[in-house]
Write a protein that binds this ligand. Structure first.
Ligand code: NAP
Length: 257
């Protein structure tokens, strides 16, 4: 039987290691038959991304630090050569200086503010602009990852919360721009999961304990649950959804106290 995403192609930004939410998304998409391009930011991560992707037939690996416009251009040029077109973009990258992820928010430096926004929010728009020519006429889907710290105060999340708010607003504006071309843009607001980035947020272990005791499902979520929601958003079953933020957080976002 043909798989749901057989013949489709996607590009995934943000695999650092096997715990990355981008990797969970990749596994769900590849499991449904999608052929994938993986980007890595800097030589330090190349080996890890190549080793992981080696198990996914037909995948390619390209360098792309999103703070370097020429690397974004080159990543899409290579993808165009290899794949011809693109049906899906997964944006699962974020960065803030470690010292900005603890203590009082009002200490945020201008440079810390700028770099968090450049990598975690603006990059979605920069990537989308390059992806567009490859996505024309294919009813494609662009998916990013966000966190509830954009809407509510999560102590220590600080500048990342502000950058995630900008990211979610970008999703809505991009969805408006691209809807007439049949391209959908959505965000997954994931509950906390232990990854490399998450370990940079001061007090992260306490957040996991808190969610487990308060979320309606009384547990934390898994990376696989994020991956499967990505599969839903990438495929035809979500064809009527765009500009939305979907919560994969064991229901935590409905809680008042
Ligand atoms: P992760 O494995 O550390 O992934 C973050 C990725 O962003 C890494 O591959 C990182 O590469 C990349 N990145 C940072 N700066 C970059 C740059 N300049 N250019 C290109 N890539 C860059 O952590 P993750 O938790 O899976 O994060 C993925 C996404 O999920 C992020 O947007 C995060 O905010 C979001 N999210 C995570 C959680 C959670 O609890 N884990 C919850 C909700 C949302 P480097 O290692 O080289 O920096």
């Amino acid at each position: 039987m043909e798989k749901l995403l057989e013949g489709k192609t996607g590009i995934i930004f943000g695999v650092a290691n096997k715990r990355s939410l981008a990797w969970a998304c990749a596994q769900s998409l590849a499991g449904a038959g999608m052929r994938l391009a993986f980007t890595y930011a800097g030589e330090r991560l190349e080996k890890s991304v190549r080793e992981l992707s080696a198990d996914l037939p037909g995948s390619i690996v390209v360098p792309c630090d999103v703070t370097k416009p020429e690397e974004i251009d080159a990543a899409f040029a290579r993808t165009a050569t290899e794949f011809g077109g693109l049906d899906c973009v997964v944006h699962a990258i974020a960065y803030a200086k470690r010292e900005e992820l603890e203590g009082d928010f009002y200490h945020t430096s201008k440079e810390g503010y700028m770099v968090a926004h450049e990598v975690s929010a603006y990059s979605l728009t920069a990537i989308t602009r390059r992806a567009l020519p490859l996505m024309e006429g294919r009813d494609g889907s662009i998916i990013t990852l966000t966190y509830i710290g954009s809407e509510r105060v999560v102590p220590n999340y600080n500048i990342m919360g502000i950058a995630k708010a900008a990211l979610e607003a970008s999703v809505r504006y991009l969805a408006h721009d691209l809807g007439p071309r049949g391209i959908r843009v959505n965000a997954i607001s994931a509950g906390p999961i232990r990854t490399l980035s998450a370990s940079g947020v001061s007090g992260f272990a306490a957040i996991l304990d808190y969610i487990q005791s308060k979320a309606p499902l009384r547990r934390n979520i898994t990376a696989e649950e994020v991956g499967d929601t990505c599969l839903f958003l990438a495929g035809p079953h979500s064809r009527g959804i765009t500009g939305s933020t979907l919560y994969v957080d064991a229901g935590y976002h409905i809680m008042g106290v």
